[in-house]
Write a protein that binds this ligand. Structure first.
Ligand SMILES: *[C@@H]1O[C@H](CO)[C@@H](O)[C@H](O)[C@H]1NC(C)=O
Ligand SMILES: *[C@@H]1O[C@H](CO)[C@@H](O)[C@H](O)[C@H]1NC(C)=O
Length: 216
């Protein structure tokens, strides 16, 4: 577990320390990325660090009543969207053309399961397409993929856990040195929906700076 926390940080620091002023970070996903305040909180946490100059990118800028008028709102979160649809419609191609990135976090699959009960294999196939798009846009893309948060309603968590289990071998199979994929477990830990929604705050601190914001 120690290696999970420390190795990526070392790799990334080596790769990006010289350019961190212009490092471009795209938060990519559905409503959990778009309309939740973890982005504001994360931006505030990073502000006072060497990562305070990271340029957040994406086509979305919605104000979410996060009581923060200063944070960089740019993101590629799309409420209600399915990973399968984004892949089939090639939407990420255009989004990355418009707003290229060096680092991307992806939290997707929730709507595939909750709205349409899509099979895990189809969601994973969509993830493969999306990683291909990311790497075509930037062969050195640093990719952080979430094992997605649990749902506090309905009976979706069995399938969510199946997806989360499938994400590990999938990510290992596509992993490369130039464009690593790191999996972050957003499912276990604090299950209160509000806390769970905040958990993506660990993405960038954990992988870009490692300065101890990891919530367990
Ligand atoms: C880039 O990060 C390094 C530490 O990794 C820091 O010493 C340096 O000041 C940062 N540069 C800029 C321009 O933010
Ligand atoms: C991918 O490789 C990196 C090292 O480059 C490693 O830190 C990471 O854990 C690997 N990802 C997976 C899913 O094993």
């Amino acid at each position: 577990m120690i290696f999970n926390k420390i190795l990526p940080v070392a790799v990334l620091l080596g790769a990006t320390a010289a350019q961190n002023a212009t490092l471009r970070y795209m938060p990519f996903g559905d409503s959990i990325t778009e309309i939740i305040c973890w982005r504001a909180m994360l931006w505030e946490k990073l502000k006072a660090t060497e990562w305070g100059t990271v340029n957040w990118v994406g086509s979305g800028k919605t104000e979410n009543n996060c009581q923060d008028s200063t944070y960089d709102r740019d993101n590629e979160g799309h409420s209600g969207f399915l990973a399968i649809d984004i892949a089939n419609r090639q939407q990420l191609v255009g989004w990355l053309n418009t707003n290229p990135a060096d680092v991307i976090t992806m939290h997707l699959g929730t709507n595939d399961i909750v709205q349409q009960n899509k099979p895990v294999n189809d969601i994973i196939a969509a993830f493969t397409t999306l990683v291909g798009v990311m790497r075509k846009s930037n062969p050195s893309m640093k990719i952080v993929v979430a094992q997605i948060i649990p749902m506090g309603f309905g009976s979706y968590n069995t399938q969510i856990q199946s997806l989360n289990a499938a994400i590990i071998p999938w990510a290992k199979g596509l992993n490369t040195t130039e464009s690593p994929i790191w999996v972050v477990d957003q499912y276990t830990g604090k299950h209160h929906p509000y806390k769970a929604h905040l958990k993506p705050i660990i993405y960038v601190p954990r992988y870009l700076s490692g300065f101890g914001l990891y919530e367990s």
